[in-house]
Design a protein around this ligand. Structure first.
Ligand code: BGP
Length: 470
């Protein structure tokens, strides 16, 4: 659709940026924190681990002051469950609670809206040892943990995100990691874990609405529209298969209270349907989100299954690089899009397309909680960092978002990944995402100095103009 005039970004648009606790904080055992699964996972050789990360735990005041200088109106960060409840449940660690109270206070001091993720991949290790998400008791533990968050911060935090990228945890567990010598759960187990996370999320959405009438809460999923490789009808079916299984099956449950009908058939056919106990359906349908939060990095292009093992590609996949699944879909190349140095598709128009689909399916406001480009940025001798590729990436994606707004999609805000450099989930520190450079490399923590990149100044100007030149 071509319009005579693009609509403006809303006046109260939340221009923000994101991080997650374990990727940015460091202080992995500070002030009573217990280990999370992330702390116990094996790190690929040569990559930074998460023990120091960007030392945000000790430098958040300085970092948030820089965010304010950039003009941020929102900061999306996650709370580490292991700082609040080191035993996973039970006794509250006051030092952990006070830490995040100070982070929230620092945001408020600069009129930055805190957007809090309750859980971003870092399950307490002690709960993992009791079966983790496979154990239904983890549902109670999550609810109890979130109750503490709502009690402690409910008056200071308006926007809550339940679980970050549940679909990544279930579909790409290897990308998040494994303990030394560990084996991935079976697919049957993964879908059972998924069911328990869905129940936990539903309970917490309901709890949040009961405890904090002003609060808004939603899931934060990794959503990616799929293109068929050609106009061959079988390619279109395959693209739809994977879009349902990768995206909509995870977003339908919080909104509609049950799994996507096509996904149910897929799961039943393969013996993967989780055990559903009496009352589960009522729990799922008895809660609702106020918005959909989504992380968008790229689209994928899909071809029809050949019905044999050749459907699965031999290359390494991750949360954005599709692998194919026997009898379901094959991954294909798209000649019309670019790629990052790490092989992730760059597709701003696909962003608009994905937003339109999410709007069409759920009729809810959308908050972008991640979007960005990982690149090995270079620190120049004079302290500058030139990242024109990042500016171009954001310019194009924000323009596409403005087109989506003009299409009629209700957008709440944009919190790209990441506010400052962080450790990547599985590719170390050289894969940088921040507006702010942190002076460290994979193994050497160097000065940890914070240095604004060119994209920092570009975002500052864009926010000041409320995106009117995009
Ligand atoms: C998302 C995760 C983030 C973040 C981002 C970039 O899937 O929610 O935690 O890391 O991807 O991914 P990566 O670090 O793998 O490049």
């Amino acid at each position: 659709m071509i319009y005579q005039k693009l609509l403006d970004f809303p006046q109260d648009f939340l221009w923000g940026a994101s991080t997650s606790a374990y990727q940015v904080e460091g202080g992995w055992d500070a002030d009573g924190k217990s280990p999370s699964i992330i702390d116990m996972y094996e790190h690929p050789a040569g990559y930074a681990d998460f023990t120091v990360a960007s030392d945000h735990y000790h430098r958040f005041e300085e970092d948030i002051a820089l965010f304010a200088q950039m003009g941020l109106k929102a900061y999306r960060f996650s709370i580490a469950w292991t700082r609040i409840l080191p035993n996973g449940t039970g006794e509250v660690n006051r030092a952990g609670v006070e830490h995040y109270r100070a982070v929230i206070r620092a945001c408020r001091k600069y009129n930055i809206e805190p957007i809090v993720t309750m859980y971003h991949f870092d399950l307490p290790w002690c709960l993992e040892q009791q079966g983790g998400w496979l154990n239904r008791a983890t549902i109670d533990a999550f609810e109890a943990y979130c109750r503490v968050l709502l009690e402690e911060y409910g008056d200071a935090v308006k926007y809550w995100l339940t679980i970050n990228e549940q679909n990544t945890m279930i579909l790409h567990p290897g990308a998040i990691g494994l303990p030394k010598g560990g084996v991935l759960p079976s697919r049957r187990e993964l879908y059972q874990m998924n069911h328990h996370m869905m129940l936990a999320q539903a309970r917490v959405m309901k709890l949040c609405h009961a405890m904090c009438s002003q609060a808004k809460i939603g899931p934060a999923l990794n959503l990616t529209a799929m293109y068929p490789e050609t106009c061959r009808p079988e390619d279109a079916i395959a693209a739809h298969n994977w879009e349902v299984l990768r995206c909509w099956n995870f977003a339908d449950v919080p909104v509609f209270g049950w799994y996507h009908p096509l996904a149910v058939r897929y799961l039943e056919d393969r013996g993967l349907m989780p055990d559903v106990q009496p009352g589960d359906r009522e729990t799922l349908s008895g809660a609702h989100p106020d918005f959909i939060a989504m992380n968008y990095y790229s689209t994928a292009t899909i071809a029809a299954s050949r019905g044999d093992a050749s459907d699965v590609s031999a290359r390494a996949g991750d949360q954005q690089i599709m692998l194919g699944e026997e009898g379901v879909y094959r991954a294909a190349e798209n000649p019309y899009v670019g790629k990052t140095k790490y092989g992730w598709v760059i597709d701003p128009t696909g962003f608009r397309y994905t937003l339109r689909k999410v709007c069409e399916r759920y009729h809810l406001p959308i908050l972008i909680t991640e979007n960005g480009i990982g690149a090995p940025d270079v620190l120049e001798d004079d302290g500058s960092i030139h990242d024109p590729y990042r500016i171009e990436f954001y310019e194009q994606h924000l323009h596409a978002m403005r087109e989506a707004i003009t299409d009629g999609v209700e957008m709440m805000g944009y919190c790209p990944w990441s506010a400052l450099d962080v450790v990547s989930t599985h590719q170390g520190y050289a894969k940088r995402y921040g507006f702010i450079y942190v002076d460290r490399d994979e193994q050497d923590c160097r000065s940890m100095r914070r240095l604004p990149k060119d994209s920092f100044y570009w975002y500052q100007k864009t926010i000041a103009e409320n995106g009117k030149n995009l």
